[in-house]
Design a protein around this ligand. Structure first.
Ligand code: C5P
Length: 406
């Protein structure tokens, strides 16, 4: 992390004592580190310790030597919050208490740390850390959501034993995790800047009657992971998603749909000037031919449900391909590679990501996946990986192929 300037803000949560370690990790990695503390934080961890570890003066007050203006050696000292806000490449506030979060959200700057937040030109990362009830409180949640929507980056607290003795969410992740997150954020390549990417994710629901539907077990995790990866690398991402329980980052343009026909319409309206389409949704192949207006009564012992075929969105994009790169998914349980290879040709895709739901750690509703990337040139088999890692190799493969084509 040489040449990287990291500003660490420490507010008055018990976890402040762990920040000594965070400072050490950044310094060890070669970053230049400066620390700002709120007055409350100095009751928990000594500014002297953080000063020695960061090799820089720790700033707490707006004015040097308390309120003694006579002692101000330099006029600039009173504008340090502006200077520091412009100096840093990243500003991480950990722990970020409910109080400081609320003040940041309101634009209050009654201490040096808060003033620096308002003056910051760099990304600001917050690690909300507090008691479980304070964290779950609607006011805190509203403040966190509001800050997220304004571009603040939130590291979600983890579940565990809290200083209060209670158990739950609100614990600050360990310094190693805060360090990794910040490092990845800082060093992340923005190699998809200017690219428009269309992604489908999740299942579709095909209505039988007002209360019943046909669907599948897709969780949407794979598609959302690709959307997050592309978004963090600077792409303009449109995510068309069936019903799932995942939140997408604010930078992603999310379009929620239910049925395959709605997904198809949303794809058609958003495919203009895209660079890449990734069809990871588990689209229902069929829908009930007749959608009943009223709930189906359980009278007959056997009922017949007539189904009709849904449009194949991937195939449609393959047929209308104009300058974009097309990635499809294949979920096969037998003769996997053969079927997936055939799908690549039939749907005119540039790559098929094959996964077999019967393989341990692969398929629907898991955090991990086991994939094989199939292109016209080669077949690449990977071992078990977290879906975020799979997303990364898919994006990297796309970039590799696109660069070769040039
Ligand atoms: O032909 P099959 O359904 O196995 O192909 C799977 C791939 O096709 C996935 O990429 C899926 O998102 C896409 N697909 C689609 N529309 C459908 C069915 C599948 O886009 N109606």
């Amino acid at each position: 992390m040489r040449n990287k300037k990291v500003l660490i803000g420490v507010t008055g949560g018990i976890a402040a004592y762990k920040i000594c370690n965070l400072v050490r990790l950044f310094v060890k990695a070669g970053a230049e580190v400066k620390v700002i503390m709120t007055p409350a934080a100095t009751r928990i961890v000594s500014p002297l310790t953080l000063s020695v570890l960061s090799k820089n003066e720790v700033i707490i007050n707006m004015f040097p030597n308390g309120d003694n203006w006579e002692a101000a050696e330099k006029v600039e000292h009173s504008t340090w919050h502006i200077n520091l806000g412009a100096w840093a490449d990243v500003f991480i506030i950990a722990p970020a208490t409910a109080n400081s979060i609320a003040k940041i959200e309101a634009g209050i700057c009654d201490n040096f740390l808060l003033s620096t937040v308002l003056a910051a030109r760099c990304p600001v990362i917050l690690s909300p850390t507090m008691d479980v009830d304070m964290y779950r409180n609607k006011i805190t949640q509203r403040n966190i959501s509001s800050l997220k929507s304004k571009g603040f980056i939130i590291i979600n607290p983890v579940e565990g034993e809290l200083a209060s003795g209670l158990y739950g969410e609100g614990k600050m992740p360990e310094p190693e995790e805060l360090f990794d997150f910040t490092k990845n954020f800082l060093l992340k390549k923005k190699d998809l800047k200017g690219k428009k990417i269309l992604i489908t994710a999740g299942p579709t629901r095909e209505n039988i009657d007002p209360v019943r539907f046909i669907s599948n077990y897709s969780s949407g995790k794979m598609g959302y992971a690709i959307a997050e990866e592309a978004n963090s690398r600077g792409a303009d991402v449109i995510l068309i998603s069936g019903p799932v329980n995942i939140k997408a980052s604010d930078g992603i343009h999310l379009i929620k749909v239910n049925t395959a026909l709605e997904m198809f319409e949303a794809v058609k309206s958003n495919m203009k000037s895209i660079d890449l389409a990734v069809m990871s949704a588990a689209v229902s192949d069929y829908r009930p031919k007749i959608k009943l207006k009223n709930k189906l009564k359980k009278e007959a012992s056997i009922i017949n449900l007539e189904l009709e075929k849904n449009p194949d969105i991937l195939e449609y994009l393959g047929k209308s391909k104009q300058g974009y790169f097309l990635i499809g998914f294949a979920l096969e349980t037998n003769n996997e590679e053969e079927y997936a290879g055939e799908k690549l040709i039939r749907k005119n895709a540039d790559m098929i990501v094959l996964n077999n739901p019967n393989t341990e750690g692969a398929g629907f509703n898991t955090e991990t996946n086991v994939v094989t990337l199939i292109t016209k040139e080669k077949i690449e088999r990977y071992g078990i990986m977290h879906k975020a890692e799979v997303a990364k190799i898919i994006i990297e493969k796309y970039l590799e192929m696109k660069n070769k084509k040039r």
